[in-house]
Design a protein around this ligand. Structure first.
Ligand code: SF4
Ligand code: SF4
Length: 439
């Protein structure tokens, strides 16, 4: 079967400090849960409970306020004991309700009630997804109703792309989820396909996982949608929207199928859609890869939203030495966290703690014009040259580079350039920062 890859740049890499992908461990329920009122880059939910109120597991505690905002639910039963605010690494302030666990669980340990959905209209399905506060369970965590609304306004046929492209070893949690909840991910795909009225489903799998892709394809035959399996390369950042769309357009041309606009969703989001519609359950927990060289026993864990990150590390045996960097996401695009009391949110797929030896100790030096960053840049930029330009330095390089005005639209912050730079220059962050300021 043909493997579709993006044409230039990218990286293949391994990381021995990621957790194994064989199974997950259920994390202890937190005595105190910190439930942020905004868990994605969007608007804050309005709290509908106050300090002193009792809440049930799965109860609405924050109501989304229109586009960009999503409902927030209590993930454990208990009492709201206080409201806290803290500054995130990006400087934005977040508010959270702190729940002390007490009382009985409504869902945990009870037989799951199944709600048939096949006869529901697209609007009814969208309403259930919206009420459950479903957002993309990765990246910026955009609310699903907003994504569907954008697609509808495009008014063209579109395809649901189930993104199971494992180009980064830190996607271990998604991989384990696909193995352990395959049926839920596939049924979630069928639900969203019906809710969004897509014309086709594409299962995009990295070629190393083609057997898993075949299992998905077989399960998908239980639903009445045209479906195809597309094998992609596994070079990072194949999973990125731009690189994935490139290969799917190539597939579209080669196979003469019309894909139209692409609705690209990952397995964790699709499992959450399944739970929202079939089990009438909001997002209560998620799979998280916990690792890094500072962590004693890296592990994929199933963690309640609101569990403090410090508690998860403690459950993995704690640190073998003082970490140099603690962050969420992948080391390539991760977000540094300032406080181990920060909680796991809906879009937190990994947390890691790295020793100095893994982070690298030396301070940034001058560019030596080795060209490595240019070789790996998937969009063909010359990050070293851009760095010099942005940094206000002159270069006698003759290689042509895009005009400064092209920087904002082209760099998507994959971080490949930074990984390979022998001078340890903060290329991606500087270029992205310049893009944000419109240089
Ligand atoms: S971060 Fe930007 S400049 Fe660097 S490799 Fe990725 S796309 Fe290219
Ligand atoms: S990889 Fe680093 S040192 Fe080499 S050209 Fe790029 S910025 Fe300069």
């Amino acid at each position: 079967m043909k493997v579709y890859s993006f044409p230039r740049g990218g990286l293949s890499f391994e990381d021995s400090s990621v957790p194994r992908r064989d199974s997950s461990k259920v994390a202890y329920l937190p005595t105190l849960s910190v439930i942020p009122l905004v868990q994605h880059t969007g608007g804050r939910a309005y709290p509908v409970v106050s300090v002193g109120d009792s809440v049930k597991e799965g109860m609405l505690i924050g109501r989304g306020q229109g586009a960009g905002s999503a409902n927030i639910h209590a993930t454990v039963p208990g009492k709201v004991v206080r409201k806290v605010s803290w500054k995130m690494a990006e400087g934005q302030t977040n508010d959270a309700l702190v729940i002390r666990m007490e009382g009985k669980f409504e869902k945990l340990g009870r037989p799951e009630e199944i709600f048939p959905w096949a006869d529901l209209s697209p609007l009814a399905l969208q309403r259930l997804i919206s009420e459950s506060g479903i957002v993309e369970m990765e990246g910026t965590g955009r609310p699903i109703p907003d994504i569907l609304s954008d697609l509808h306004s495009a008014q063209e046929p579109y395809t649901l792309v189930v993104r199971c492209v494992f180009d980064d070893p830190w996607l271990a949690a998604d991989y384990v989820l696909c193995r352990e909840r395959l049926k839920a991910v596939v049924e979630g795909s069928a639900i969203i396909a019906q809710a969004a009225q897509v014309s086709r489903i594409v299962l995009a799998f990295s070629h190393g996982e083609k057997d898993l892709g075949a299992l998905f394809l077989a399960e998908m035959e239980n639903y009445d949608f045209p479906v195809s399996l597309v094998l992609t390369g596994s070079r990072y950042p194949q999973r990125n929207r731009r690189e994935l769309e490139l290969v799917l357009r190539n597939y579209e041309e080669k196979e003469s199928v019309e894909l139209g606009s692409l609705l690209i969703l990952g397995p964790a989001t699709l499992a959450a859609v399944h739970d929202a519609v079939k089990l009438k359950k909001p997002i209560l927990d998620r799979y998280v890869a916990v690792g890094g060289s500072a962590v004693k026993y890296p592990q994929v864990m199933k963690v309640r939203i609101g569990t403090r990150i410090g508690e998860i590390f403690a459950e993995c045996g704690g640190f073998i030495d003082k970490p140099r960097r603690i962050a969420t996401g992948s080391p390539l695009r991760g977000r540094t966290i300032m406080d181990l009391d920060e909680p796991v949110t809906k879009s937190c797929s990994a947390v890691f703690a790295m020793l100095g030896s893994q982070v690298g100790g030396s301070a940034p030096r001058n560019c030596i014009s080795c060209g490595e960053c240019w070789i790996v840049c998937p969009v063909g930029l010359d990050p070293g040259e851009l760095f010099k330009r942005i940094d206000g330095k002159k270069s006698d390089e003759t290689r042509s580079v895009p005009a400064a005005g092209d920087i904002p639209n082209e760099c998507h912050g994959c971080g490949c350039c930074e990984v390979v730079c022998p001078s340890r220059l903060p290329l991606a962050s500087l270029i992205m920062g310049a893009a944000a300021k419109g240089h």
